[in-house]
Design a protein around this ligand. Structure first.
Ligand SMILES: Nc1nc2c(c(=O)[nH]1)N[C@H]1C(S)=C(S)[C@@H](COP(=O)(O)OP(=O)(O)OC[C@H]3O[C@@H](n4cnc5c(=O)[nH]c(N)nc54)[C@H](O)[C@@H]3O)O[C@H]1N2
Ligand SMILES: Nc1nc2c(c(=O)[nH]1)N[C@H]1C(S)=C(S)[C@@H](COP(=O)(O)OP(=O)(O)OC[C@H]3O[C@@H](n4cnc5c(=O)[nH]c(N)nc54)[C@H](O)[C@@H]3O)O[C@H]1N2
Ligand SMILES: [Mo]
Length: 719
């Protein structure tokens, strides 16, 4: 709830009537008035001329953008251009960009930072349940007795959820918390059990928990018989196996064996397994699982535990992937704004799906390409080879947030013949805008209206209440202009966008149509309704539909617990994985492989990167609130005292962190938070010495294409 005076934001507090936040907000948001009104907001378009940025009019800037994109498309084909978007853009913005590039220009080179964030969670949901569809909801927090927090610093990164878990634990002494994280992050302060695997080696722990659960007969044989199937990949192909085969497979992952692999004591694994099975258990996981070359597999193993104990679809029992960015789910995942997907559960590979979208979009038949475009890392690699010649970047800061960063900063910005043309829309000068050819000033949150979608499938409308500074404009308006440029220059059919979509409301109405007859169906979420209600969870196919709390089930509440696509023949409490083959979810037999670059003799430490409470990612916003900046004035690397001793390091010594790709120079902070052999660096500082992504690895999960930000090998030396 915002306090506005003269169209300026002056105060902010939580909305006590909001069904999910219940009035809580995180510390960062309290400083939004200072961030929104920071004096150095971008205010005018700028064009690089002879190496210097000069102010330009919107018309001049957009003409140049249009000319460069059209020239590239005409000379080198649609795949010579690309869009790189964000889970922080509004849903209408992502949807429109996707529509322009895939259905108008005809390239699937549409990606966004959720590839760095949520891709493995999506891969996990799809491979286990047949659909990317979080089936639980935040209400489950009020029913769970066991919280399994895996690779999730919920306390600092989802403080509103963490406070709710904490409150529940304080009110009920039988509520227990299991944490799985190699670092003693603040969540461990409420942990009843802390499993601390060597980074990248926790798959064995999850298997060992399953091993214990089955051995002690704490599994749910009925649920398994009715709802599950078992699969293993052999010679690159999935093969059906039996429950008995699964049990045999788990033999190699006894707790003792898992201890050897992961370093987690066997008794702790046993204890965790028993608590998990007792339940009702809600599992939350975040980047500690997703940002891994085995991210999808790690997600599958999480789901396995819920499936074999039948803890799914019932109040307080659900595997719940915590989304990172506010609109990674509703914006990028649901609208299909990644290189292989199309809106609302469709994929580019299926002719039927392409046809459906071409019809809704009014594309020329055959415009949407059947082959997936380039994933994020491959897209920036292609940029480095001058294969992609023009890129539009919006609401993300890849000049700081990509792994193996120097390579991709060069790809974007290094002067060379044939250097690609880079357009960046942002609200502040960043480590990406400095590499751009054209910088466009954007309106931000509270200055523009649209919908965002949360992890529990809730779509919520936010209105424009504040005047954007200078000449800055909403991303949606800029995309509409960009579309007009493409139409006028003959690289998109005339009227493809301009004759149909004039504003964000028009885009939303088309999105509702695109969701019709899909599992997402939100035809009932009219703009009018969204303006009145505090968000609605899809599916909500009719205007009088209240939205759907839990997927796949027929539960206690005849409406809330019974989405329109669950089968009407279900009995109460029944579950149907309607999107999966034979309606059975898959328990996967995945080998417990480790990370792409484990520690070795030459690079003996594991570098992990992550977040702190007060800062948001690249710090462009939070570093502009003096109070937040003061909380962390400079970069630091957490080093375990035993390692510091070996290295002769003392607190505040400068440390050179070197990997096979690059180095950073950062102050030592000696603490028992990381596991021995592991160092941890928050990545929110933007000065060149602290740019830790120059050190991280760009190896990615072969399934989800998500890079392994959480693990790479480094050496450390006093600088
Ligand atoms: N304050 C704040 N909040 C944020 C953000 C922010 O920038 N600042 N960003 C948002 C976004 S987009 C995201 S994606 C989320 C991220 O939220 P989180 O994933 O919770 O945060 P991270 O710090 O990236 O990583 C979480 C933990 O993963 C652990 N980890 C590392 N390796 C492993 C491993 O091998 N196994 C296991 N089990 N754990 C491991 C790390 O030790 C770390 O404590 O936060 C969101 N919320
Ligand atoms: N080492 C390391 N790197 C990581 C990660 C990690 O854990 N470790 N995590 C990865 C993950 S999970 C994520 S999600 C990414 C995030 O990486 P980024 O998306 O690159 O990081 P942000 O700082 O959130 O960038 C958002 C940008 O959008 C701008 N902005 C804000 N609002 C608006 C708006 O309304 N319009 C426009 N046009 N711009 C706006 C902000 O100023 C900022 O520059 O980073 C990834 N990189
Ligand atoms: Mo993220």
């Amino acid at each position: 709830m915002l306090g506005i005076r003269d169209k300026r934001l002056v105060a902010l507090r939580g909305d006590p009537k909001h069904p999910t936040t219940k009035g809580l907000v995180c510390a960062k948001s309290l400083f939004l008035p200072k961030i929104v009104h920071a004096p150095d907001r971008l205010k005018h378009p700028m064009i690089r001329k002879n190496g210097k940025f000069v102010r330009a009019s919107w018309d001049e800037a957009m003409q140049l953008v249009g000319e460069k994109f059209a020239e590239s498309i005409k000379k080198h084909g649609p795949d010579s251009v690309a869009y790189y978007g964000s889970g922080q853009a509004l849903s209408e913005e992502s949807y429109l960009a996707n529509r322009i590039f895939k259905g108008g220009i005809g390239t699937n080179n549409v990606e966004g930072n959720p590839r760095l964030c949520m891709a493995s969670a999506v891969g996990g949901y799809v491979s286990t349940f047949g659909k990317d569809e979080p089936m639980g909801c935040y209400d489950d927090i009020d029913h769970a007795k066991v919280f399994f927090l895996v690779g999730s610093n919920t306390a600092e990164c989802h403080p509103v959820i963490f406070d709710q878990i904490l409150a529940r634990k304080e009110a009920h002494n039988d509520v227990l918390v299991i944490v799985c994280d190699p670092r003693k992050s603040p969540v461990t302060s409420i942990a009843d059990i802390h499993l601390d695997p060597v980074p990248g080696f926790d798959l064995a722990v999850f298997h060992a928990m399953a091993h214990v659960i089955i051995k002690e007969k704490k599994h749910d044989p009925d649920f398994i018989a009715k709802q599950c199937q078992f699969k293993i990949v052999e010679n690159g192909k999935p093969k059906k196996v039996s429950f008995e085969d699964y049990v045999k497979f788990l033999d190699q992952y006894s707790p003792a064996q898992a201890e050897l692999i992961s370093g987690v004591p066997a008794e702790k694994i046993e204890e965790a397994a028993r608590l998990f099975a007792n339940g009702p258990t809600m599992t939350f996981w975040t980047m500690g699982l997703n940002q891994r070359t085995r991210g999808v597999w790690a997600n599958n193993l999480m789901h396995n535990l819920h499936l074999i104990t039948g803890q799914i679809g019932k109040p307080g029992m659900t595997p719940f992937s915590l989304t990172g960015q506010p609109n990674a789910c509703g914006g990028v995942r649901d609208t299909g704004s990644l290189c292989h997907i199309l809106p609302y559960g469709r994929v580019v590979k299926k002719a039927k799906h392409r046809k459906e979208m071409e019809k809704i979009w009014g594309s020329k038949p055959g415009t949407i390409q059947p082959k997936p475009g380039k994933n994020t890392i491959e897209m920036f690699r292609a940029l480095g080879r001058n294969e992609i010649k023009a890129m539009l970047i919006l609401t993300t800061n890849p000049g700081q947030s990509l792994p193996n960063l120097s390579r991709y900063r060069d790809a974007m910005g290094k002067e060379r013949s044939g250097k690609p043309f880079i357009v960046v829309l942002d609200i502040f000068p960043t480590r990406t805008t400095e590499l751009a050819d054209v910088i466009l000033p954007a309106a931000m949150w509270s200055e523009k209206s649209g919908v965002f979608g949360m992890s529990e499938r809730r779509y919520q409308y936010q209105p424009a209440l504040v005047t954007p500074p200078g000449e800055s404009r909403s991303d949606l308006d800029v995309l509409l202009d960009f579309a007009k440029q493409m139409e006028d220059r003959g690289v998109m059919p005339r009227g493809y966008v301009s004759s149909k979509l004039k504003n964000s409301d028009d885009v939303w109405n088309e999105m509702r149509l695109a969701s019709k007859n899909t599992a997402y169906d939100f035809m009932g979420m009219t703009r009018e309704r969204l303006k009145k209600e505090r968000g609605i969870r899809w599916p909500a196919p009719t205007v009088d539909h209240p939205g759907t709390a839990r997927r796949f089930v027929k539960g206690e509440d005849p409406i809330l617990d019974h989405g329109p696509y669950a089968d009407n023949s279900l009995n109460e409490g029944d579950i149907k994985f309607y999107a999966a083959k034979d309606y059975r979810a898959t328990v996967w037999l995945r080998p417990a492989l480790g990370p792409a670059e484990p520690a070795d003799k030459e690079y003996p430490y594991i570098l992990s990167t992550g977040r702190v409470l007060e800062h948001w990612h690249t710090g462009t916003m939070t570093m502009r609130a003096p109070e937040l900046k003061r909380a962390y004035p400079e970069a630091y690397v957490e080093i375990h005292p035993a390692d510091a001793k070996k290295l002769g390091l003392r607190n505040r010594d400068m440390v050179r962190i070197t990997s096979r790709r690059g180095e950073a120079l950062i102050q030592a902070r000696i603490t028992t938070m990381p596991r021995e052999g592991m160092v941890f660096v928050p990545w929110c500082w933007d000065d060149t010495n602290s740019l830790i992504n120059r050190v991280t690895i760009d190896a990615y999960d072969p399934g989800s294409k998500q890079p392994e930000f959480k693990i790479c090998a480094v050496k450390l030396a006093k600088a």
